[in-house]
Design a protein around this ligand. Structure first.
Ligand SMILES: *Cc1c(COP(=O)(O)O)cnc(C)c1O
Length: 418
């Protein structure tokens, strides 16, 4: 369910016409629907009613301050993977006692700031990290609350780049090694062991891998009880998929039902770290056609957004639906929608049936709320696009389009170059 619909052949975001925003802010830009984000979060959150749980939005999926603020107001926490994300989450008003920190490469500096911010817990991913965390907590004079991030070794059918819970991935601690790590943690004076966490992958469209992972965590929990460890939190990570094209992912209600059944009577707080399922279909990328051209066997539509703005097609060969901002009702043609970046991989859609776009036409790239702006770069010295949020009849720029001065911010020409 989202709020990007046609009214009299014009694409709207809630009650604002997309072409109106384009006239005001220029192209390309990301456009988010407040109501969609709020609804998605509410549906997810309410699906877990009756179960002691905490929903921590995955900040890496979309880290704009306004979006984090919206989720903070809805009671959401944050799943962060860097000091920069911690900074954003706190700045947006997310309560530190609702922040969990994952990632295989936490730096000493970021750990120190997170400890001083009194976040809920660290999801520790190695023995060495555990030791470092203990040392830093000792220096500060506090205790670090932790969950061990386990690699439960379940197979999830998704793109190999976004599988994380299989034994060949760099994430987490192998489940068979984890008892040793927990034993080590138990004896560290500045570590407070409170949880088990995992995150098995992203854009999963089946429930079974989640259930299997949860079962494994529960088994581990029993083992840990025998060791005298009091585990209060099980963290199942994120990963619930969305519809980009014809995928049929489980509804959050089905997902929650299956998890509730697996949990049974157990007493612990379930932590969830959804990203894509909240924000993926709540945003679009709007771009304008610059030129069209044809070769012997291909038709190219060249638009003003490129792989630096939205890298998912180039990186994962992901599908994003392409829609005209002004409906045409004319015959569709197969074409490649490509950007201006000097790379063959710079495409937004390939061999796709689309309307006969002409220079000046506005094009909407759908399902561009997650891993889209947050992965944008300045490659080819292209300023990153604006971000806009619509709420009913209102729209607001939540990130200005970058200007050329932003591109060289922090750069310096050394004296020896005159
Ligand atoms: C990326 C990530 C998530 C969010 O994944 P989605 O597929 O967007 O729900 C959650 N937890 C961790 C540890 C992650 O790295």
């Amino acid at each position: 369910m989202h709020h990007f619909v046609y009214k009299n052949d014009d694409l709207y975001c809630e009650d604002v016409s997309v072409s109106h925003v384009a006239e005001q802010v220029g192209t390309p830009f990301y456009l988010y629907s407040y109501s969609t984000i709020r609804t998605h979060f509410g549906v997810f959150e309410n699906a877990f009613n009756g179960l002691d749980h905490l929903t921590c939005f995955s900040v890496k999926s979309n880290s704009n301050l306004a979006i984090l603020r919206l989720l903070a107001l809805e009671g959401g926490g944050a799943d962060i993977v860097s000091g920069g994300e911690l900074f954003r989450a706190i700045r947006a008003g997310i309560r530190p006692d609702k922040i969990v920190y994952s990632g295989v490469g936490k730096t000493r500096k970021d750990i120190e700031i997170a400890l001083k911010s009194d976040i809920l817990m660290f999801n520790v991913e190695s023995d060495q990290e555990l030791q470092t965390l203990n040392d830093i907590a000792k220096d500060i004079g506090c205790k670090a609350t932790i969950a061990m991030r386990i690699n439960p070794d379940v197979e999830s059918k998704t793109h190999p780049y976004i599988v994380t819970g299989f034994s060949e991935n760099k994430f987490g601690i192998q489940i068979e090694d984890s008892l040793n790590t927990y034993a080590l943690a138990k004896h560290l004076k500045h570590i407070d062991v409170k949880g088990i966490s995992c995150h098995i992958g992203s854009q999963l469209t089946e429930i079974d891998p989640f259930v299997e992972a949860l079962r494994k965590l529960k088994e581990l929990l029993e083992e840990l009880k025998k060791m005298g460890l009091d585990i209060e939190f099980l963290n199942l990570g994120g990963g619930l998929g969305i519809t980009y094209n014809d995928e049929k992912p489980p509804h959050p209600l089905e997902y929650a039902k299956a998890l509730k059944e697996t949990i049974g009577e157990n007493r612990f707080t379930l932590i969830l770290e959804p990203g894509r399922v909240i924000i993926g279909n709540a945003g679009i990328l709007v771009t304008r056609v610059l030129y069209t051209k044809s070769t012997k066997n291909k038709r190219f539509i060249i638009v003003d957004a490129g792989m630096n703005d939205l890298i998912r097609p180039a990186l994962y060969n992901s599908f994003h639906a392409v829609q005209p901002v002004k409906m045409t009702h004319s015959e569709m043609f197969a074409a490649d929608l490509v950007g201006p970046v000097c790379e063959t991989g710079d495409f937004l859609a390939r061999d796709r049936k689309m309307p006969p776009f002409e220079p000046g036409d506005l094009v909407a790239i759908m399902s561009a709320g997650a891993y889209s702006f947050s992965m944008a770069s300045n490659y080819n010295s292209r300023p990153r696009p604006a971000e806009v949020m619509v709420k009913e009849k209102l729209f607001s720029i939540i990130r200005s389009r970058e200007v050329y001065e932003d591109l060289i911010s922090g750069e310096a020409i050394p004296e020896f170059l005159g």
